[in-house]
Design a protein around this ligand. Structure first.
Ligand SMILES: [Zn+2]
Length: 120
């Protein structure tokens, strides 16, 4: 589909009451629209985009910018915990920090898996 058609369909979306969001389509990186119904819509793919639910189940596609932010936040936190572990000598504290670290690493792995699925 040509860019002209894409712009036209974006304009139609806006006229119908849809709003432009800061999210982008995981498939083509076009900005996503939020429809009046609350659904996210990609004008280029002509497809509804579903974000990952809070329980982590993947329904259709994901909003990539959010995942990028989440990934860098997790990496930053893992670095902070690593520093705390290095400076900690109490066993109980180390166990607690170890638990937090492994949760963070699992979350990071999950985010990366979701990102790969979004690109597929
Ligand atoms: Zn798209």
């Amino acid at each position: 589909m040509s860019d002209v058609n894409e712009l036209r369909s974006m304009a139609d979306l806006l006229r119908s009451g849809a709003t432009l969001t800061s999210l982008s389509c995981p498939a083509c990186a076009s900005p996503l629209f939020k429809m009046k119904s609350g659904d996210l819509w990609c004008a280029r793919c002509k497809k509804r985009v579903v974000v990952v639910r809070e329980d982590g189940e993947i329904t259709e596609a994901v909003a990539a910018p959010l995942l990028d932010t989440l990934e860098s936040t997790l990496i930053m936190k893992i670095g902070e915990i690593n520093e705390k572990i290095q400076g900690e000598s109490e066993i109980e504290q180390l166990q607690r920090l170890g638990g937090v670290l492994s949760t963070m690493l699992e979350s990071l792995e999950r985010v990366r898996r979701i990102k790969r699925m979004g690109k597929a």
